[in-house]
Design a protein around this ligand. Structure first.
Ligand code: SF4
Length: 357
């Protein structure tokens, strides 16, 4: 049985090289090939001797989650679909915006948080992604970008709740930020959470230097518990206390995500309550108009209520920007990921299992 090289830490890589009677400095070369050049074949590691490549090939393999589809929408957003070994797919979304590129990646197959407005939640929870599966989405998209030097912002905001897959998410972030890994500045990485408070307190100790986004979506406990069941475990009060306790570096702010759903959480009263809650918390607010879809019984907020909501926040000296949904036509917009494809794959896999039985 060969072992997946991408599951080894840098130190473990050095150890196996030493055991092979090789110089440990090769670990640096191998890491660069794996994470910065994204090769999945020892033969491509041309600055390593053939004999070492052969030895590596005898005991190890390099995993890569196959990219099965790339769809680009009218607004330039692209959805990348990767197939996991069990046959189900995860999705990442590349969003070009005013010269910047943002890649939204997944951390779980499905999600157990059950947010009512989110299609991923309809899949339920299937499994956590491994650190190398989380990083592979970045490696593979980066490899396909036309300009090698384009700065890529990474947001852990795709399928799944990153803090519900705590260990693998932290390992993936460490690999992304390590100079021996993907070498991405922590300032270009944002972790988005629905508000898992215990994990937020754990995250404080990690000192990752990344940005943090928190989905609030409702400023009243009852409404938030209905929209986001995580609120029954970690109330708004407890969550906001955790944000106040979180040591942010100077000039850094939290991003507060607020999906505006027509007739549900878009009233002026909700806006005023949100202002009260956020008092004293260094933050900027992203207002995201809800993306309607045929599976969920919610509607988009009107332009008028969106404008009114934003104005109230601004009048209370909060920074509030509207994040227009991108990639709607390819099912890549916020809250749209995973479900449709999951149902399709379920049907395909059941069909082929029945055929071969
Ligand atoms: S919004 Fe995020 S946390 Fe909530 S169900 Fe969807 S993927 Fe999970």
């Amino acid at each position: 049985m060969k072992c997946n090289l991408k599951t080894l830490s840098f130190h473990e890589l050095e150890l196996i090289l030493a055991e092979m009677g090789e110089k440990t400095y090769h670990a640096r070369q191998i890491s660069r090939w794996l994470y910065q050049r994204g090769v999945a074949d020892f033969a491509a590691m041309t600055d390593i001797s053939q004999s070492l490549r052969r030895k590596l090939d005898e005991g190890y393999y390099i995993s890569e989650i196959p990219l099965v589809e790339v769809r680009t929408g009218e607004d330039g957003c692209s959805k990348y679909v990767f197939r996991l070994p069990e046959g189900f797919d995860i999705e990442s979304v590349l969003i070009p915006d005013q010269g910047r590129l943002t890649l939204c990646i997944s951390t779980q197959l499905g999600c157990r948080q059950g947010c009512r407005f989110c299609l991923t939640s309809r899949m339920g929870f299937i499994r956590n992604l491994l650190a190398h599966e989380i990083c592979d989405q970045v490696i593979q998209v980066k490899k396909r970008l036309p300009e090698e030097k384009t700065t890529l912002n990474i947001v852990l905001m795709g399928m799944g709740e990153p803090l519900d897959n705590y260990q693998q998410t932290i390992s993936a972030i460490r690999l992304m930020t390590s100079p021996l890994g993907l070498n991405i500045s922590p300032r270009h990485i944002t972790l988005s959470t629905a508000g898992l408070v215990e994990e937020l307190y754990r995250l404080r100790q990690e000192k990752l230097g990344i940005n943090l986004a928190v989905s609030i979506n409702a400023p009243f406990e009852d409404l938030r518990s209905w929209l986001m069941p995580v609120n029954r475990r970690y109330s708004l009060e407890y969550l906001l206390k955790a944000l106040r306790d979180f040591p942010l570096p100077a000039r850094q702010r939290f991003t507060i995500e607020y999906i505006l759903i027509g007739g549900v959480n878009d009233s002026p009263e909700a806006a005023r309550q949100l202002c009260r809650l956020l008092r004293g918390i260094p933050c900027k607010i992203n207002l995201i108009p809800y993306n309607p879809n045929p599976f969920l019984n919610f509607r988009e907020c009107t332009e008028k209520s969106l404008e009114q909501f934003q104005q109230i926040l601004i009048q209370h000296h909060l920074t509030a920007t509207v994040r227009r949904s991108r990639g709607r036509d390819i099912g890549a917009a916020c809250g749209q990921l995973g479900y449709v494809r999951y149902r399709m794959r379920q049907a395909e896999l059941t069909h082929s299992a029945t055929k071969s039985a």
